[in-house]
Write a protein that binds this ligand. Structure first.
Ligand SMILES: [Zn+2]
Length: 417
């Protein structure tokens, strides 16, 4: 299986917005850009929602059927490892091997020495075609890169081989992810990581490094956009060179685990992939759930009351809800509206505060991030929440579609802005 040039990791915590998201993809195709939808859901999400990987497959298949969509699509076992991959085997045909937690795990001296020896042809001054400045690769740097990443990539090899044994090599797409760490991988590290991946025999099609800057959940990028662009461009060129040097799949492309809504770096991504005519995979899972809350707020009545209830409970249970996301949220306490304040809000005020329109007077990223991590509260509401989604599916679906098309796809793929 070979994934198309442009692909989008779409997400749907409660499994109700498959069609709405696919409508945005179909709209982009009509505008001239073919994007492969990849339904992704991590083990963590499944455990909070009490859903199963097969539910994601059912949702994707149903949406594809309902809209008579004839393009490729995938179901991603997102951020899996050896301990939880087996539950995803049957339903998924895209696997994101998450080896971030193994970065820095010690490898034995012999393996390190072997890697350094086989990398010697790249030591000294390393020129990557297209990158104007050479990289200095010392023996010490090679030892340090091997020490940091060999064990992690060996782990990716174990996971890949397990999946291959279960599904057969040609029946799935492989991504390797290392994004959930604090320290970004440099372009030169990425080059040697790709060498290790090739040596493990992993036919990687998408690779998700940690990029520079903060990728907080559901809000815009925080960091130096110019530096991001520089590194992103170098990563693209590193991949190009690594594909040729190490015999990796030609399709290999960067995967940006965006945490959603990284609007300020979308134009940089768009211009660099255009410049080099490269593909891209962007995961933008979380916003769908927020659009559901926006849609419910706009519906008014009982649905607005539930949207407010979700916020108020999230406010009470902040510590618990934020803990698993500590590294990817920045909530300013004194900018969170109080429960009594929110109680007074109209549908529009609530929706405008939550909806991500940078520069809108009501938009509050702190409010947005807190609701973002509060999906557990909606999950606890069970059918009360999902029945309201069903009741207001037209309104909610239009919010989901508009968000994905207008705010994401248009910016990412330069569609008639
Ligand atoms: Zn990720």
């Amino acid at each position: 299986m070979k994934i198309g040039k442009y692909s989008l990791g779409i997400g749907d915590r409660f499994g109700h917005q498959g069609e709405a998201q696919l409508r945005a993809i179909i709209k982009a195709a009509a505008a001239g850009v073919d994007i492969v939808p990849v339904w992704n859901k991590s083990n963590r999400e499944h455990s909070y929602i009490h859903s199963k990987p097969t539910d994601t497959r059912i949702e994707a298949d149903a949406a594809v059927k309902a809209l008579s969509y004839s393009g490729d699509y995938y179901v991603d076992a997102d951020h899996i490892n050896l301990s939880n991959v087996s539950g995803f085997i049957a339903a998924s045909d895209f696997f994101t091997l998450d080896v971030a937690s193994k970065i820095g795990t010690a490898s034995d001296d012999e393996q390190i020495a072997a890697f350094v020896a086989s990398s010697r042809k790249y030591s000294g001054i390393l020129n990557i075609p297209g990158i104007p400045h050479p990289f200095e690769v010392s023996e010490l740097l090679l030892v340090s890169i091997a020490g940091k990443f060999l064990a992690a990539i060996a782990e990716a090899g174990h996971i890949y081989n397990f999946i291959k044994g279960q599904k057969g090599a040609d029946n799935f797409v492989t991504e390797v992810s290392m994004d959930e760490v604090e320290t970004p991988q440099t372009p030169v590290e990425l080059f040697f990581i790709l060498k290790m991946i090739a040596e493990q025999g992993i036919p990687v099609q998408t690779i998700a490094p940690k990029f520079t800057g903060r990728f907080n959940k559901g809000v815009d990028y925080v960091g130096d956009v110019a530096q991001f662009s520089r590194e992103f461009e170098e990563d693209v060129l590193v991949i190009d060179y690594a594909v040729k040097e190490f015999g990796l799949p030609e399709i290999l492309k960067l995967s940006v685990h965006s945490g959603s809504d990284k609007f300020s770096i979308y134009p940089a991504i768009a211009s660099i992939i255009n410049k080099y005519d490269k593909g891209i995979h962007v995961k933008t899972a979380g916003t769908t759930w927020l659009e559901e809350v926006i849609g419910l707020a706009l519906a008014g009545g009982e649905a607005l009351a539930l949207a407010k209830q979700i916020y108020k409970s999230a406010l009470d249970r902040q510590e618990e809800l934020c803990a698993p996301y500590a590294d990817v949220i920045d909530i300013k306490q004194d900018e969170l509206p109080s429960a009594t304040e929110v109680d007074q809000w109209s549908s529009e005020k609530f929706a405008n505060t939550l909806r991500h329109i940078p520069g809108h007077a009501d938009y509050n990223p702190n409010f947005r991030q807190l609701i973002h991590v509060g999906y557990k509260i909606a999950a606890e509401q069970g059918v009360k929440y999902t029945d309201l989604l069903t009741e207001h599916h037209l309104l909610v679906g239009s919010c989901v579609e508009e968000n994905l098309y207008e705010r994401h796809l248009k910016r990412l793929f330069g569609l008639n802005l």
